[in-house]
Write a protein that binds this ligand. Structure first.
Ligand code: AN7
Length: 352
């Protein structure tokens, strides 16, 4: 008897590089909902859905790629895996590695990782190295160690990560009956936009879907190497998940935007926070700041170019859960009101 949807490897077996020899290391990831927008869709006159990837087992889209990367590492006999991370990759790698009885080493930029993500990596028993430097430095370290020792790299340079993550595109087509007109997605290391584009193309090649979406990728202004056309030495943004100055999948992201007739653009931290709040307050969906980059991008396009999105079917990928970064949430909310059990005081505080 099946108690829930199986994970993405079992659901999309025929589309993935797996065989009977592959041990499936899964937490029943994927099958995340497409939630209909109730506010922005009305405001901008479009058919907008949020794909809430924050509802994956470790709270981000990384689980789709990680189930496959860890399963394939196990199949190859690996005893240890390693990744650099702005947080979510490390949380996911740690959980899946532990489930597969493997050692997990993560390298994170010191002080620039959201609290919830750090808690996950630690709780799942990862060995956490905090490096004085940014994500790009951390990735250099991981590349060096994994090319000199018997340790498997599970960053999105690993092709199995891309293969797993492309199933997000399959799910969208399966639910909508075809690909949407536009896909809005945040861009950091550019693995996810690469994966979605691959997924959409594969479904079309196999005649499962007919359309291809315009791929609209969004970086933060202080960490926008692709938009600016140069490596950013000291990337900065409040959305720490996408604080990346030299994306590993740079060329693929550019190709996705160009080939689909979309684009890679950027939004300010101020607009990211604005979108972060709009979505929480008006749509009831709590995602981390990086996931608000795609929503901020949507708002920017809709304001600058209202006709482009009107009447269109749009999917916005919400990559990580809001609980990942409680500090940013609290810093951007009104202060809580402390009261005594005194009804006059309470009525006054509530304007009753
Ligand atoms: C919530 O965890 O790079 O463009 O090391 O956590 O595929 O890199 C996270 C990236 C968007 C960007 N939203 O995706 C990491 C890491 C969230 C993220 C991205 C990330 P990519």
């Amino acid at each position: 008897m099946k108690f829930s949807y199986p994970g993405i490897i079992e659901r999309y077996w025929d589309y993935l590089p797996v065989s009977d020899k592959t041990p499936i290391i899964s937490l029943n990831e994927g099958s995340t909902p497409l939630i209909k927008s109730v506010y922005l869709s009305v405001k901008y006159g479009c058919e907008l859905y949020f794909k809430f990837e924050g509802l994956n087992p470790t709270g981000s889209f990384k689980d789709r790629g990680m189930t496959l990367a860890i399963s394939k590492a196990k199949e190859a006999g690996a005893k240890a895996v390693m990744c650099a991370s702005t947080g979510n990759t490390s949380a996911s790698a740690a959980a899946y590695a532990r489930r597969g009885r493997m050692r997990c080493i993560v390298v994170i930029p010191d002080g620039k990782i959201a609290l919830g993500k750090l808690a996950q990596a630690m709780m799942h028993g990862a060995e956490v190295l905090a490096i004085a430097g940014n994500f790009d430095d951390a990735l250099d370290v991981v590349k060096y160690i994994t090319s000199n020792y018997e340790i498997v790299l599970v960053n999105s340079i690993n092709p199995f990560r891309i293969e797993g993550q492309k199933t997000g595109a399959f799910e969208i087509c399966d639910w909508l009956g075809d690909a949407p007109d536009f896909l809005f997605i945040p861009v950091g290391n550019a693995g996810n936009i690469t994966s979605y584009w691959k997924g959409f193309k594969e479904y079309k090649e196999k005649n499962i879907s007919e359309a291809l979406p315009k791929m609209m990728g969004w970086q933060a202004e202080g960490s926008a190497p692709i938009v600016r056309g140069r490596v950013i030495e000291n990337p900065e943004t409040i959305a720490t998940a996408i604080r990346i100055g030299n994306p590993a999948r740079w060329k693929e992201a550019e190709a996705a935007a160009k080939d689909s007739g979309g684009k890679i653009d950027m939004v300010s931290d101020e607009k990211i926070i604005q979108a972060y709040k709009i979505r929480a307050l008006n749509e009831g969906i709590f995602c981390e700041p990086a996931s608000a980059a795609s929503v901020a991008g949507l708002i920017k396009e809709a304001d600058e170019n209202p006709e482009m999105l009107k009447g269109k079917q749009i999917v916005c990928i919400l990559t990580g859960h809001g609980l990942k970064d409680p500090d940013i949430a609290i810093a951007n909310s009104p202060e809580i009101i402390s009261v005594k059990k005194d009804y006059d005081q309470i009525k006054k505080a509530l304007n009753l």
